[in-house]
Design a protein around this ligand. Structure first.
Ligand code: MV4
Length: 588
C-alpha cells in the first residue's frame, strides 16, 4: 500500500484527495504557492511545503521544486488532481523514474488520447466511431463540398490538433466552404501551431454524454456510468447529472461497452472518461479524458463507488475491488459548479476576492466538495472554482427540486458566484423536460437581469446584540402589533406628544449585552421645529428620558437622551428650526 501521497494541486480537488487519503490511513503532503499559504488544502494536509511563486507556472507547475518536495517529504506517490500535471507525461515519467508512483494512467495512454487524430484512430481501431467524416486532412474547399453534398449539410470543419471548440467552423452550404476552411486553418495555426483540418457531419442539437470508466494494472476495465454535461457555456460545464435524462438502457450499455473498448485500446488503467456526442439515439466518440474529472462525484453518488479511493488502490497495484456486474446505479445525482464569476447578463466575468462568509447548503442528499472556507481568498491567478454542490434524489425531479432548495439555502458573501445562473437553468422548463443540448445555455437561456453580485459585506450592525421592540403599525388602515428585532441602541425619537418619556426598549431574555451607551450628543432624526426644551443645564437625566420635543410631519416627537448623565449643553430653544442630524443637547 502507499504510505504518503503528495497532492500536486490546490483547491477543492486537493481537499478531495486529502480526505480520501485520510480515510485510507495514508499520510498527506500539500504544496502551496505564496498566495495559498493558509489555504484549506494546506490546513487539512499532514505536512505542507512552500513552492514559492504566485502564478500557476511559478508554483503548481514548477516541476523542479515539486520533485524536490517529493524528496524532502519522502512521499511515495503523487496525485495530480485535474489540470496542472494530470496529463503531463514528462512529469509522470520524471516521478516514476525516481521510483515514485503516479496516481494516474500510463503515460502512453495520455499520449495516444492527447490529440484528435490519434485518439480518433485508436477509437476507430477498437470499433468505436466518431461523427461520420473524413480521416484525411483537407487540402481544398472542394473536398468539403463533396463531403457535404454526399452526407448532407451542414458540416463541421475541425482542427486536427485543436480542442475546446477552437478551430471549429460550421458550414451551412457549399458557397460558405472556401471561407470557412481558410478561417478554420488560420485559427488552428494560430492556436495550436498546426493548420491541419478535417471535415465531418455537423450535429445540430447534440447532447454531451460522457462515460466514466476505471481500470486496474491487471487488465480489468469497467464502465461505471454516464454523465450528461450538456448544460455548459463556452465549453465550461455548469451542471452535470447522472443518469443522462431520456437515455435508454440499451444505449447506456452500448456506450459503456464502447468506452471500455476505447480504454482497452490504449492500455488504460486508473479513472478515465470517454466523451461522446449523443443525438437521435446514436452516440459518437469525441475524445478521452485521461484524468479524474471535476464532475466525478455525480457518478459516486449514484453508484456508491469512491473513485479517488479506487485510483489510489489501482496505483498501489491492487485489482479493482468490484466487477462490472457488481456495479449498481440508483437514483439521480446532479452537480452544480460554483465559480467565483458574475453571470450578469450572460457575461460570466471573473469575481476573485475574499469570501467573507460561506455557509454551504446541508441536508438530506446534499454534498459539498469545496476548496475554501470563510475568510479565504479566491485568487485571480487560478481556476475560480470555489467548489461543487452535488445532490442525490430518488428521481430526477426530486434531485432538481433538492438542488434548487440547496442553492437557495447556500450562503456565500464577498464574491459574485454562478449560483444565480445555475438557478436560472434548473428552474427553466427546457432543463426539467431535458430539451436542452450543448448549445442551449448560449442560444436559449436568458440571463438578462440575473446578477451574481455579492450582497453587501456584513456590517458591524450585524454584531450588535438584537432586542425585541413591540411596535404598533397601520397597514391600509388596519392595525397590527409587530415585533421588531433590532440592534440594541437607545431610542432617540419616539412618536407621540404629551411629554411622556420614551419607553425603554424591552430586553429579550437571554439576548445578552447591555444597551450600547450613546455618545451623549443627542441629535434629531429629522427636520422640524423644537416645540419645547424639557431639561436644563446641570440636570441629571436617564438614558431614554425625553430632553426636548420636536414637531415634525405634523406630530410631536420626543427626543430622548442617548445615555445617562448630566446635561452639559443645550444647543436649541423653543421655536427653532432644526435639520436632520442637528445636535440639540450634549450629555456628559
Ligand atoms: C461537434 C458538434 C456538432 N457536430 N461536432 C465542440 C468542442 C469539441 N470538443 C467538440 N465540439 C462539438 N463538436 C460535430 N460534428 C458540437 C460540438 C459542440 C460541443 C460539444 C461538446 C460539448 C459542448 C459543445 C458545445 C458546442 C458545440
Amino acid at each position: 500500500m502507499l504510505n504518503k501521497v503528495l497532492i500536486a494541486n490546490r483547491g477543492e480537488i486537493a481537499v478531495r484527495v486529502i480526505r480520501a487519503c485520510k480515510e485510507m490511513g495514508i499520510a498527506t503532503v500539500a504544496v502551496y504557492s505564496e498566495l495559498d499559504r493558509e489555504a484549506l488544502h494546506v490546513r487539512l494536509a499532514d505536512e505542507a511545503y512552500a513552492l514559492g511563486g504566485q502564478s500557476a507556472a511559478d508554483s503548481y507547475l514548477n516541476t523542479e521544486r515539486i520533485l524536490e518536495v517529493i524528496e524532502q517529504s519522502g512521499a511515495d506517490a503523487v496525485h495530480p488532481g485535474y489540470g496542472f500535471f494530470s496529463e503531463n507525461t514528462d512529469f509522470a515519467r520524471a516521478i516514476t523514474d525516481r521510483g515514485v508512483t503516479f496516481i494516474g494512467p500510463p503515460p502512453e495512454a495520455i499520449e495516444v488520447m492527447g490529440d484528435k487524430v490519434s485518439s480518433r484512430l485508436a477509437a476507430q481501431s477498437a470499433g468505436v466511431e466518431g461523427v461520420p467524416g473524413t480521416t484525411e486532412f483537407l487540402t481544398s474547399a472542394d473536398e468539403v463540398i463533396a463531403f457535404g453534398d454526399e452526407h448532407g449539410w451542414p458540416v463541421a470543419i475541425k482542427a486536427a490538433y485543436g480542442g475546446g471548440g477552437r478551430g471549429m467552423r460550421v458550414v451551412a452550404s457549399a458557397e460558405d466552404a472556401p471561407a470557412a476552411l481558410e478561417s478554420a486553418q488560420s485559427e488552428a495555426l494560430k492556436g495550436f501551431g498546426r493548420a491541419e483540418c478535417y471535415v465531418e457531419r455537423y450535429l445540430t442539437w447534440p447532447r454531451h454524454v460522457e462515460m466514466q470508466i476505471v481500470g486496474d494494472t491487471h487488465g480489468n476495465v469497467v464502465w461505471v456510468g454516464e454523465r450528461d454535461c450538456s448544460a455548459q457555456r463556452r465549453h465550461q460545464k455548469l451542471i452535470e447529472e447522472s443518469p443522462a435524462p431520456d437515455f435508454p438502457d440499451e444505449i447506456r450499455q452500448a456506450m459503456g461497452e464502447a468506452a471500455v473498448k476505447v480504454a482497452k485500446a490504449c492500455g488504460y488503467y486508473n479513472a478515465g472518461t470517454v466523451e461522446f456526442l449523443y443525438q437521435d439515439g446514436a452516440f459518437y466518440f469525441l475524445e478521452m479524458n485521461t484524468r479524474l474529472q471535476v464532475e466525478h462525484p455525480v457518478t459516486e453518488l449514484v453508484t456508491g463507488i469512491d473513485l479517488v479511493r479506487e485510483q489510489i488502490l489501482v496505483a498501489a497495484g491492487e485489482t479493482l475491488s468490484f466487477t462490472q456486474d457488481d456495479i449498481e446505479r440508483r437514483g439521480h445525482a446532479i452537480e452544480v459548479r460554483i465559480n467565483a464569476e458574475d453571470p450578469a447578463e450572460g457575461k460570466f466575468l471573473p469575481s476573485p476576492g475574499k469570501i467573507t462568509e460561506i455557509i454551504p447548503a446541508q441536508g438530506y442528499g446534499t454534498r459539498w466538495d469545496g476548496g475554501y472556507e470563510s475568510g479565504d481568498e479566491v485568487s485571480q491567478y487560478y481556476d475560480n472554482l470555489v467548489g461543487k454542490l452535488i445532490v442525490w434524489g430518488k428521481t430526477r425531479e426530486i434531485a432538481i427540486d433538492r438542488m434548487i432548495r440547496a442553492l437557495e439555502e447556500f450562503r456565500i458573501e464577498g464574491i459574485a458566484t454562478t449560483i444565480p445562473a445555475d438557478l436560472a437553468i434548473l428552474r427553466h422548463p427546457d432543463f426539467r423536460e431535458a430539451k436542452h443540448a450543448t448549445k442551449w445555455v448560449e442560444a436559449h437561456l436568458d440571463l438578462t437581469g440575473v446578477t451574481g453580485q455579492p450582497s453587501a459585506p456584513a456590517t458591524d450592525e450585524d454584531e450588535t446584540p438584537k432586542v425585541q421592540r413591540d411596535v404598533d403599525v397601520e397597514v391600509n388602515g388596519k392595525r397590527f402589533a409587530v415585533k421588531l428585532w433590532m440592534p440594541d441602541v437607545p431610542v432617540v425619537a419616539a412618536a407621540g406628544g404629551g411629554g411622556a418619556t420614551a419607553p425603554r426598549p424591552r430586553r429579550a431574555s437571554g439576548s445578552g449585552g447591555a444597551a450600547a451607551a450613546g455618545s451623549g450628543k443627542v441629535a434629531v432624526p429629522m427636520q422640524g421645529t423644537i416645540v419645547k426644551v424639557l431639561v436644563e443645564v446641570g440636570q441629571e437625566v436617564e438614558a431614554g428620558q425625553a430632553v426636548c420635543v420636536l414637531e415634525a410631519m405634523k406630530m410631536e416627537n420626543n427626543i430622548a437622551a442617548d445615555k445617562a448623565g448630566t446635561i452639559a449643553e443645550i444647543k436649541v430653544e423653543a421655536g427653532q428650526s432644526v435639520g436632520a442630524g442637528d445636535i440639540v443637547v450634549v450629555i456628559e
